[in-house]
Write a protein that binds this ligand. Structure first.
Ligand SMILES: C=CC1=C(C)c2cc3[nH]c(cc4nc(cc5[nH]c(cc1n2)c(C)c5CCC(=O)O)C(CCC(=O)O)=C4C)c(C)c3C=C
Ligand SMILES: [Fe+2]
Ligand SMILES: [Fe+2]
Length: 322
C-alpha cells in the first residue's frame, strides 16, 4: 500500500485554553472525572470533586498557569503543536495532534487525519513510561472517538518507549548539552510524575518503566550510584504515591551535603505546568530555602531535532508493512 495512506496521531494529556479559574476548572473537571485518573467509587469521589476540589483548586492552579503562560498559550499546547509540525516535515505523512482532555480532542485529531485521506493511524501517546492513568486513558479516548463513527481507521498504538535507545540517547544528549553550558551539579535528580502506589501493586507498569529509564540514562551518562537519584513529583490526595517524593528529596539533600543539583523530568515529552512551575520555580525555591546553593532545571526534549527523529523512528517501526 502507498505510504501516504498512513498518518500519525500524537497525543498528550491536555491543558486549559486560558490561565483563568474558569478554564482551569473546566480542564480539571474533565481530567479528574476520568476513572483512569481517580478510581474511587463515583459516589465517594463526586462530592469531593464537585463540592471541594473544583471550588478551591482552580483559583490557585490558575495563578500557577499564569506564571508560565506563553504568548501562544499554554506551553504544553504550543510545544506539542511545534512537535506535530516538525514530525510531519520529518516523516512526510499527515500528523495530527489530539489531547486526552480538552482541545484539540482525540476525535479532532482523528477527524483531521480522515480529512486528509488517512485510513491507517499510528497513535503515539507522548508518555514514555506506560501508566493506566495516561496511556490507558488515551486508549479509552481513542475507543470513545471510534464509537461515535460507523467506521474506523486501522490502528496501531505505541504502548511505551521507556527504554528505546533513541529516547535514552536524546535524554543523555540533552543532559550533556546542559553540562556543556552550565556548571555540573553534585547529583542528577530524575523526577518523574507520580501515581498512587496502589496502581503499581494492582499491575501498572509505570514504576518499573521509570526505574528502567532512570538506570539507562545514568548508564548512558556513565554516572556512579551516588551521582544520580530517582524521585516522584506532583502527588495528589491522601493515599501514598510513589516515593521518594521530589519535594522531600529537595529539602533533605542540602543537609546530606548535596548543595548543587541538576534536575530533569524524563516522564514529560514537553515542558508544562509540572516542569516549568513545579520544578523550575517551586522546586528551586524549596532547595535553596533548605540550604542548597545551585539548582539547574534541564528542560524537556520538546521539539529538539533528536527528539523528533526519535518519534520518527518509533513511527516507522510501528508502521512497518503499511
Ligand atoms: C489525580 C491524579 C493524577 C494522576 C494519577 C496523574 C498522573 C499523571 N499525570 C501526568 C502528566 C501531567 N499531569 C499534569 C497535570 C496534572 N496532573 C494532575 C493529577 C494527576 N496526574 C492534576 C490535578 C494536574 C493539573 C494541575 C494541578 O491541578 O495540579 C500535566 C500538565 C498539564 C499542563 O497543562 O501543563 C501533565 C503533562 C503523567 C505523566 C502522569 C502519570 C504517569
Ligand atoms: Fe476554556
Ligand atoms: Fe498529572
Amino acid at each position: 500500500m502507498d505510504q501516504s495512506q498512513y498518518g500519525v496521531l500524537l497525543v498528550n494529556l491536555g491543558t486549559p485554553c486560558n490561565p483563568t479559574p474558569h478554564c482551569v476548572r473546566c480542564f480539571l473537571k474533565q481530567f479528574l472525572s476520568d476513572q483512569r485518573v481517580v478510581d474511587l467509587p463515583r459516589w465517594q469521589w463526586w462530592p469531593i470533586l464537585n463540592g471541594i476540589i473544583l471550588n478551591t483548586r482552580p483559583k490557585r492552579v490558575a495563578k500557577a498557569y499564569q506564571s508560565i503562560w506563553s504568548e501562544g498559550g499554554s506551553p504544553l499546547k504550543v510545544i506539542s503543536e511545534a512537535q506535530r509540525e516538525a514530525l510531519e516535515a520529518q516523516l512526510g505523512v499527515p500528523v495530527a495532534l489530539g489531547m486526552t482532555y480538552c482541545r484539540p480532542s482525540i476525535r479532532d485529531g482523528l477527524d483531521a487525519l480522515e480529512a486528509k485521506g488517512v485510513d491507517k493511524v499510528v497513535v503515539l501517546p507522548l508518555f514514555p513510561q506506560y501508566s493506566c492513568s495516561t496511556t490507558g486513558a488515551v486508549v479509552d479516548a481513542v475507543g470513545a472517538a471510534v464509537k461515535q463513527k460507523r467506521t474506523m481507521p486501522e490502528l496501531r498504538i505505541v504502548r511505551d518507549y521507556h527504554d528505546h535507545p533513541s529516547y535514552i540517547q536524546a535524554l543523555a544528549d540533552s543532559v550533556k548539552a546542559h553540562w556543556a553550558e552550565h556548571p555540573r551539579g553534585d547529583k542528577l535528580l530524575m523526577s518523574f510524575h507520580g501515581v498512587p502506589e496502589r496502581f503499581i501493586t494492582e499491575g501498572d507498569l509505570y514504576r518499573a518503566h521509570c526505574e528502567r529509564t532512570a538506570a539507562a540514562l545514568a548508564d548512558a551518562l556513565g554516572l556512579s550510584e551516588s551521582e544520580w537519584q530517582l524521585c516522584f513529583q506532583s502527588r495528589f490526595g491522601k493515599e501514598p504515591w510513589l516515593q521518594p517524593y521530589t519535594d522531600e528529596t529537595l529539602e533533605a539533600l542540602p543537609e546530606q551535603g548535596v548543595k548543587a543539583v541538576d534536575i530533569i523530568s524524563p516522564a514529560f515529552s514537553v515542558d508544562c505546568l509540572e516542569t516549568l512551575e513545579e520544578l523550575a520555580i517551586e522546586g528551586k525555591k524549596e532547595f535553596l530555602e533548605a540550604g542548597g546553593e545551585r539548582y539547574e532545571f534541564i528542560p524537556c526534549l520538546n521539539a529538539q531535532d533528536n527528539h523528533i527523529e526519535m518519534m520518527a523512528t518509533l513511527v516507522k517501526q510501528h508502521s512497518q508493512g503499511w
